[in-house]
Design a protein around this ligand. Structure first.
Ligand code: KG4
Ligand code: ZN
Length: 338
């Protein structure tokens, strides 16, 4: 069985093909809209929708071409139905329904976050449930106990800004362009380890569960304002390195602690922030120190892509799942929903 997966929840248009039962990735094509949104310093939903409308057909065509197959070889169509920007999701869903109608093949709406949590299987088919899942993206910072492909328990989540959102906002304060997360990572990496600006760790005000990043973002803003007021030199790399460390620390600390508490042996990370070099290094190190394994996919599978949707949707199709024609988008779909 070959499944085509479509992704259009935010600012990447993705199409991927995955062959089952092996879960082998045949192709994974992404059209990024970064150039379109860079001028505005953030994703403009209306422009994102227009780009998806333009890009969906070419990415599907290219995914088929790279896999060396025609549309007639596709046995099912999977598409992100949420969470994400409503207008963007509508484009993907309409495309999937159109393809299903034209080919007579079944289609299935997929939770984008399920895609992030299962993407690792595309590179690690030997992976086994249960594992500790960490989603770190532009919209989510979530820890989950992943018990099966469709079964997971939410342990902790985003309280204010998501991890990726915090990276992007701080990068904006440092005038690093858009998207800021990767640029901030590069700047911090170049700074090395010495002489970071020390920011408070991102933790909820009441010390309870959950990930909070708005205080850390404010700390960076206050630091910059003070430096400008006093006319002291602003060392952007030292600030970036200090912020990155403060942002990554709680992710690593909580992921390892929860894995140990639940007796899980693997921590699987998904979402764009999983591309962050410090997160990758420190999680691998912290896990190794506890006899755990950190599973981090290659960057193309961490960020939004169609193959992870094809994989998650394919598993559901194999289990007999089918979406009805009247299924709509779900912009606020939660981590544990279908
Ligand atoms: O999963 P994703 O591609 O889209 C969402 O579902 O949100 O994640 C995008 C987020 C953005 O906030 C982006 O800045 C962040 O991931 N990101 C990074 C890095 N690469 C992407 N953040 C920190 N360091 C990176 N290297
Ligand atoms: Zn995502």
């Amino acid at each position: 069985m070959i499944v085509l997966g479509l992704e259009s929840s935010c600012d990447e248009t993705g199409a991927g093909l995955v062959e089952f039962p092996q879960g082998r990735m045949l192709s994974n094509v992404i059209a990024s809209q970064h150039a379109t949104h860079a001028v505005y310093g953030g994703v403009v939903p209306e422009l994102a929708s227009r780009e998806h409308l333009r890009n969906l057909e070419p990415v599907v065509r290219e995914a088929l071409q790279r896999a060396g197959i025609g549309l007639e070889a596709v046995d099912g169509i999977a598409v992100t139905r949420g969470p994400g920007l409503a207008g963007c999701l509508h484009l993907g869903l309409s495309a999937a329904k159109g393809l299903a109608l034209a080919t007579g093949k079944p289609w299935i709406g997929v939770n984008h976050l399920e895609g992030h949590l299962l993407a690792a299987f595309l590179e690690r088919p030997d992976l086994e449930f249960p594992y500790l899942g960490l989603i770190v993206s532009g919209g989510h910072t979530s820890l989950l106990d992943v018990r099966g492909p469709f079964e997971r328990v939410r342990l902790e989540g985003t309280l204010d800004d998501a991890a990726g959102e915090a990276f992007d906002k701080v990068a904006k304060l440092l005038e690093l362009g858009f998207p800021g997360g990767p640029a901030l990572d590069v700047l911090a990496q170049g700074h090395g380890d010495g002489g970071n600006v020390d920011f408070p760790r991102a933790r909820p005000k009441d010390g309870g569960a959950g990930f909070s990043y708005s205080g850390l973002k404010t700390a960076v803003r206050v630091h910059l304002e003070k430096a400008r007021r006093e006319g002291t030199e602003v060392d952007k790399a030292a600030i970036a390195a200090g912020f990155r460390k403060a942002a990554v620390d709680p992710l690593v600390r909580k992921a390892v602690a929860e894995a140990k508490r639940l007796g899980r042996h693997k921590v699987v990370v998904g979402g764009g922030v999983a591309c962050n070099r410090l997160l990758r290094e420190s999680l691998a190190e912290a896990c190794a120190a506890e006899g755990l394994e950190a599973v981090l996919c290659s960057p193309a599978l961490c960020a939004d892509n169609g193959a992870m949707i094809a994989y998650a949707g394919g598993l559901r199709l194999l289990a007999g799942g089918r979406s009805p024609w009247d299924l709509g988008v779900a912009p606020n779909l939660g981590e544990t929903e279908a």
